[in-house]
Write a protein that binds this ligand. Sequence first.
Ligand code: NAD
Length: 374
Amino acid sequence: MRVAVARESREGETRVAMVPELVAKLTALGHEVVVEPGAGAGALHPDEAYVAAGAVVADDPYSDAGLVVSVQPLARDLARRLASGTVTVSFLPTAAELDLVRDYRDLGVTALAMELVPRISRAQSMDALSSQSLVSGYRCAVVCAGLLRRFLPLNMTAAGTVPPAEVVVLGAGVAGLQAIATARRLGAVVKAYDVRAAAAEEIRSMGAQAIELDLPTLEGAGGYAREMTEERAALQRELLAPYVAAADGLITTAAVPGRTAPVLVTRGMVEAMSPGSVVVDLAADSGGNVEGSVAGEVVRIGQAQVWGGRNVPAQMPEPASRLYAQNVLSLVTLLTADGGDGALALDLADEIVAGACVTHDGVVRHEPTARLLE
Ligand code: NAD
């Protein structure tokens, strides 16, 4: 089967869906890997590295491709050129991409969405949400450290002692825990809060102090956070205000799947922070956890600098691509029949394939998306 590796077309996307290091694993499955020129450039992988790894670089990798891999959804003009039966693997936020989903359905393309891969243990190696959140969490802590004009660790010197910086992390999922771990490694004193009951122990295991509020926990289906009532949200903000005011750095990573991000921190809470404070809002792209944050910009609120994240994994394209490519390789391995001839064996009875499948054989199989198209 010909596997086409797309050059990303969306503005600001620097990642690539396959890295040279993993090409040999695809060819060992019997696939022919064809890479669009320049596909890996943003992630520091020149065309020659793909060729050296056994891939072909071709201007049109899509003709005769049975499988197309990308990070972002394909551009519609490209998608429309795909033959019926082609399989695409990418992130595919369907609610924002209904026209593309319609195209895929009408063309008979099988579209698999990486963010819909079920988070079961057998699919852990395909969990691109986690791998990219890991990169984002690290990046948030490093951005926070870079913007702060002070030491993170305690420094005891002959000239005196400089106390450590205090970093507060709100939301302790994959990104938040990685932000905590990174800030701790840099020596900051870290406190963190999450609405899920299980999070407190995870926060402590990273060497941070778990902020415990006198509020009920909010755990929903699959261990994810549930949306809060406005009354609870207001109370949570009130209880968190003193922690935010005392922080030198604040990192927010809270999300509720399928919803805009909850506002955890008001403008007034940021205004109460000390001069030189830094706020890093990873959720700025999806509405923002911090009132007034702007995705892709650093704005000033009160005396704090507020950094709004925009496509944060793309800011570290080399590791983000490496991890994403491993996720893609694991999924493609699942889709490939045994025998080493690269034939696809799409088993829609498999929980992982069924979960990730948005369109197949002219039908929108992902029910929430199908309802949006009705
Ligand atoms: P996410 O990106 O959806 O959300 C980030 C965090 O924000 C979550 O921990 C959530 O509880 C928290 N949050 C939401 N609303 C909040 C609020 N109002 N105040 C404070 N915090 C708030 O989360 P994620 O990183 O995708 O992880 C979510 C869950 O999935 C976690 O329990 C994680 O351990 C679990 N998980 C499981 C697997 C697996 O089993 N393979 C893989 C990854 C994550």
